[in-house]
Each structure stands twice: as C-alpha cells, then as structure tokens.
Design a protein around this ligand. Structure first.
Ligand SMILES: [Zn+2]
Ligand SMILES: [Zn+2]
Length: 161
C-alpha cells in the first residue's frame, strides 16, 4: 500500500512538483512556465491534489507524473481539464468549418472523453470523424492540447496507443 504525495499545479496543468509536501524546495508560488499562481488543493473542495504515488521501498524513477483530470474528493474537473477542453473547442471553432451544432456536439464529446464512461467509445468515434473533417493542422493542434486530459480509453480508441 502506498500513499499519495501532494502535487502543486498551475491552472494550465503545469506541474511544479508532484511531491510538494515532501520537497518544499521544489515548490513554486507562481508557475515558471506560464506565470499563473499555483495551487496544491482543489479549488472546489480544498482537498489536496493527488501527486506522486509513493510506495515504501519501491523505486519508480522516471515515471511521468500527470496531474489528475478530476478531483478524487468532489469529482469536479480541475481547472486545467476545463481549460484544455475549452481551448480545443475554440480551436475547432476557429480553424474548422463546423456548424454550431457540430461544435456543441464536439464540446460534449470532449467532456465525455476526459472520463472513462460507457459513452467514451462513441464520443471517440465522433471525435475521429471531426478530426478528419477539420484537417491535419487543426487536428494535430487539438491533439497537443487535449492529450494530457483524455482518459486512457479515449486515447486508445483514437490513436490506438
Ligand atoms: Zn503554468
Ligand atoms: Zn475537489
């Protein structure tokens, strides 16, 4: 059995440290990548953001830490999850030639794809069709924005990885 360290993350999802409680010297009050104020707690319920999963006696050097998409305590999406979904929708809105209904569907599909739910597969299928329609430039931009907040199921369904 392990325990979670506390992560310190900015609203854009940049991780200052995944062990803020253990290594105070790694803390950043403001994000060194974007300058926004960082936090170690969920803005909705104040629970600590789960960081590095520490198991006594087990070395896991080199394992990438990604901040969680949702708060484990209250279930709300974290600011970076909402911002990335919003930014991807905006990119498709500006760069793609979609109707407002298609954009609305894309927004709801993308929200679904941040979770592991029964709807993730169908949302991923529609997502792929939208990506084919908007073309390579916009599609790769969307991928870069959302890849960190999509569920494993969605990532597998879309990119087979
Ligand atoms: Zn940042
Ligand atoms: Zn919360």
């Amino acid at each position: 059995m392990g325990t979670y360290r506390v992560a310190q993350v900015c609203p854009n999802g940049h991780v200052a440290t995944s062990s803020a409680d253990q290594y105070r010297e790694l803390r950043e009050e403001f994000c060194s990548k974007c300058g926004e104020a960082t936090t170690t707690a969920c803005p909705g319920c104040n629970a600590s953001i789960r960081g590095y999963y520490y198991v006594e006696g087990v070395l896991s050097i080199g394992r990438e830490y990604e901040p969680p998409a949702f708060c484990h305590a209250c279930g709300k999406p974290f600011p970076w999850t909402e911002r990335k979904v919003a930014a991807a929708v905006e990119l498709v809105e500006v760069g793609g030639d979609l109707s407002s209904e298609e954009v609305a569907q894309f927004r709801s599909d993308l929200n679904e794809m941040t979770k592991d739910s029964p709807k993730t597969q169908i949302a991923s299928l529609r997502f792929k069709k939208v990506m084919a329609k908007v073309g390579g430039g916009v599609a790769s931009g969307v991928r870069d924005i959302v890849i960190d907040v999509l569920s494993e199921t969605a990532k597998k369904a879309i990119w087979g990885a």
